[in-house]
Design a protein around this ligand. Structure first.
Ligand SMILES: Nc1ncnc2c1ncn2[C@@H]1O[C@H](COP(=O)(O)OP(=O)(O)O)[C@@H](O)[C@H]1O
Ligand SMILES: [Mg+2]
Length: 391
């Protein structure tokens, strides 16, 4: 397929790359409604989507990047495949720094692999970044049964003909979008082995058509996963596969940890102002302690001296479940849905987390809860036992 392909949009109207170029953004995007693979190629291949504008990184990543420090290029026009992201997302400084450096580098030798525990904000970080950069996104939720055609494309029946429709990665590579392979380590070897070439930005030959797709300058290939590709060592992510060494070496790795207590506090304060400051503080403290209990065995093993171990102030409890930012935000959300001032905190907590606990984890979780919330857990937000000593 080339940009000179023609196709009938309406019986009397023929669309070519040249006529498309004369159209407004809205008219051009409207053509996608026709679901015609040939017209789709003309729309996505239109040169306006590759036009870049120079902007101050401090302007678009305000307040997370200082103004006047860095000029970057981003697409000038908002593409139909740009995805509006979570407006309350607060990036982690180190993660943002790595992503920004990688994304805006003049060339890319490696793709980006973002890994970390579930619910640490990996997928949202990439969507938030791409949104602010005006970058079109192709988001693929990878799973075990995914076939290679999903990324390359296949022949489809259209108006009695069988044109080829590009798959997600082929489109992103050809037209210059960001391809996110979400939960990449859940993919089969068969599926992932096809992605070696796009991951290193080399020309990619499609099996069915023989077409060679050259990576567009705006193509970005990112993966997210719970492990760094080495397979699961925790027992928590048993569907995570160990990735082929050749595939792993095509990536740079960014570790995504839970956001700091200050970030978690800020994101609840902004999105759920009806939750009291005291309860919010306790919720964040609970999240922090549960994560310490989860990591305790690892931290103990790494401690170099009894003093170092003591300084860690690890809780006595041990857990095997992750209390993520996703769970924390969901708790705040259901607290609001159930009624902050009408339903006890325990009910929304059990709804989003407590009821799913394994038998071994349950006593440890409620022991931490008890230590932080005490009796107030069984009451609505704002309840007071009469004493003034809020923890
Ligand atoms: N830094 C953050 N700011 C705001 N919300 C966050 C942040 N990190 C995580 N979240 C919340 O956690 C949820 C899960 O994030 P997600 O990116 O899907 O996690 P992951 O991909 O790491 O499993 C989000 O929908 C959001 O509610
Ligand atoms: Mg995710």
């Amino acid at each position: 397929m080339t940009n000179t392909a023609t196709a009938t949009a309406q019986p009397t109207q023929v669309i070519t790359a040249e006529t498309a170029r004369q159209m407004s953004n809205e008219q051009l995007v409207k053509l996608l409604d026709l679901k015609n693979p040939m017209i789709e190629d003309i729309v996505y291949g239109d040169p306006r989507w590759s036009e870049m504008e120079e902007v101050d990184a401090g302007e678009i990543f305000e307040p997370h990047v200082p103004k006047g420090m860095l000029k970057i290029a981003r697409p000038k026009h908002r593409h139909p495949n740009c995805i509006d992201s979570n407006p309350t997302y607060i990036p982690q400084r180190e993660v943002l720094r790595s992503v920004l450096a990688w994304w805006c580098a003049s060339s890319r030798k490696l793709s980006m692999f973002m890994f970390g525990e579930t619910g640490t904000g990996k997928t949202e970080m990439l969507l938030w970044f791409a949104d602010r950069m005006n970058w079109p996104v192709s988001l693929t939720a990878v799973n075990e049964s995914m076939r290679p055609e999903k990324s390359q494309g296949s022949y489809v029946l259209f108006n009695g003909k069988t044109p080829f429709r590009y798959g997600s990665v082929a489109k992103a590579m050809k037209y210059g979008w960001c391809q996110i392979m979400d939960e990449c380590d859940k993919g089969s070897g068969d599926f992932l082995s096809k992605l070696h070439t796009p991951a290193e930005y080399k020309p990619w030959q499609l099996d069915d058509t023989g077409e060679i797709i050259k990576p567009h300058a705006n193509f970005r290939f990112c993966a997210t996963a719970n492990t760094n590709g080495g397979g699961d060592t925790t027992g928590r992510y048993h569907t995570s596969q160990r990735l082929d060494e050749a595939f792993r070496r095509r990536f740079a790795f960014v570790k995504c940890d839970y956001p700091s207590a200050a970030i978690e506090d800020a994101l609840i304060a902004t999105s759920y102002p009806e939750i009291s400051k005291l309860t919010r503080r306790k919720m964040v403290k609970l999240a922090t302690e549960m994560r310490m209990a989860l990591r305790a065995p690892q931290l103990e093993a790494q401690a170099t001296s009894p003093e170092a171990l003591n300084n860690l102030q690890l809780p006595d409890e041990r857990l095997s479940c992750a209390f993520s930012t996703r769970v924390l935000v969901a708790w705040a959300d259901y607290m609001k849905v159930f009624g902050v001032k009408t339903v006890p905190l325990k009910e929304s907590f059990d709804f989003v987390f407590g009821n799913s606990l394994d038998e071994e984890d349950e006593p440890a979780v409620y022991s931490i809860v008890q230590r932080i919330f005490g009796e107030s857990f069984n009451h609505v937000d704002g309840w007071s036992d009469g004493s003034t000593s809020g923890k």
